[in-house]
Write a protein that binds this ligand. Structure first.
Ligand code: CAA
Length: 282
């Protein structure tokens, strides 16, 4: 395995995007998931994502082939042994992530273990690892190939060298790092998700339609998409989970989740991924 090989754990939307920017940036990638079918879907999505770049003449056909050749798929965590950095993008379930971090820290003693978690405490994840100073947050934004920011989150235990390497890797991917402490919601989600929650309150009160709420922020605040459209992109379940983390983390009632958001999640209206959220998708 090349010294530069990066492991990616989880082949969902975020894992796919992270793997795509890594192989485009020249890094060999071991993409791990428990499910073979999910790996197949991820490979197809990455191929399509690179195809968009070829169509826009931002990438040559040969470069696309070289990038795809850097992608290896695996259902064995063992294949990540020897990776310099492992980026975890598994579902946001604390018990699952803690088990993964415990296993990875035993498997790859020297690797930096970076989590793409959008809400969980890095300090708690680091605490289950053999080398907690090598645990850090590396939080990408959806769609990963398009959005330029990476939040680099420092757990209480994270070393300066670990932060410096992840900031360097972020720049090698053409993205911009911002350093942030391990505080609930970090920076972006602490600002963004309460706005989405407030948009859900507006809708619940019947103050405006979903279309008009979205139009207001697109035309009145120059956001690329409205807050309810954005909720549908992120996933309503993810938005609700982040509000709960903010409410629990700060103990402040201003972070109470909107009851409409809760009802929609209970109904399975999760946004684009389920075909229906605040808007309907074909
Ligand atoms: N791979 C490579 N390039 C891609 C791509 C992919 N998978 N998907 C899109 N692109 C490129 C397109 O080719 C296009 O390129 P050009 O500008 O050169 O034409 C560009 O990205 C924009 O794509 P589209 O034209 O398809 O779409 P758009 O202009 O309507 O923009 C959007 C769509 C990028 C989603 C934009 O609306 C946007 O930025 N919305 C806000 C998204 C946002 O706020 N995300 C953060 C969510 S919070 C989060 O992720 C954190 C969390 O923890 C919850």
């Amino acid at each position: 395995m090349s010294q530069r090989t990066i492991g990616v754990v989880g082949a969902g939307t975020m894992g796919q995007g992270i793997a795509q920017v890594l192989i485009t940036g020249g890094f060999p990638v071991q993409l791990y998931d428990v499910a073979d079918e999910q790996l197949g879907r991820a490979q197809a999505a990455i191929d399509k994502g690179l195809g968009k770049l070829v169509a826009k003449e931002k990438l040559g056909e040969a470069e696309k082939g070289e990038a795809m050749a850097r992608l290896e798929l695996t259902t064995s965590l063992e294949a990540l042994r020897g990776c310099e950095v492992i980026v975890e993008a598994a579902p946001e379930q604390p018990a699952l992530k803690e088990k993964l971090f415990r296993d990875l820290s035993r498997l790859s003693h020297d690797a930096i273990l970076a989590s793409n978690t959008s809400s969980l405490s890095l300090t708690r994840l680091a605490a289950v690892c053999e080398r907690p100073e090598r645990v850090v947050g590396m939080h990408f934004f959806n769609p990963v190939p398009v959005l330029k920011l990476v939040e680099v989150i420092r757990a209480e235990q994270t070393s300066d060298a670990t932060v410096a390497r992840i900031e360097e890797l972020t720049r090698q991917l053409g993205k911009t790092p911002v350093a942030i402490a391990d505080s609930p919601g970090f920076a972006v989600n602490r600002l963004l998700i309460p706005m989405i929650n407030e948009a859900a309150f507006l809708l619940q009160e019947g103050a405006a339609s979903a279309e008009d709420i979205d139009q207001s922020m697109k035309l009145g605040a120059a956001h690329p998409m409205g807050p309810l459209q954005l909720a549908d992109l992120i996933g309503l379940d993810v938005c609700l989970a982040i509000m709960e983390v903010l409410q629990e983390g700060f103990g402040d009632p201003k972070y109470r989740p909107c009851p409409l958001l809760r009802r929609m999640v209970a109904a399975g209206y999760l946004g684009r991924k389920s075909g229906r959220g605040f808007h309907i998708y074909q």
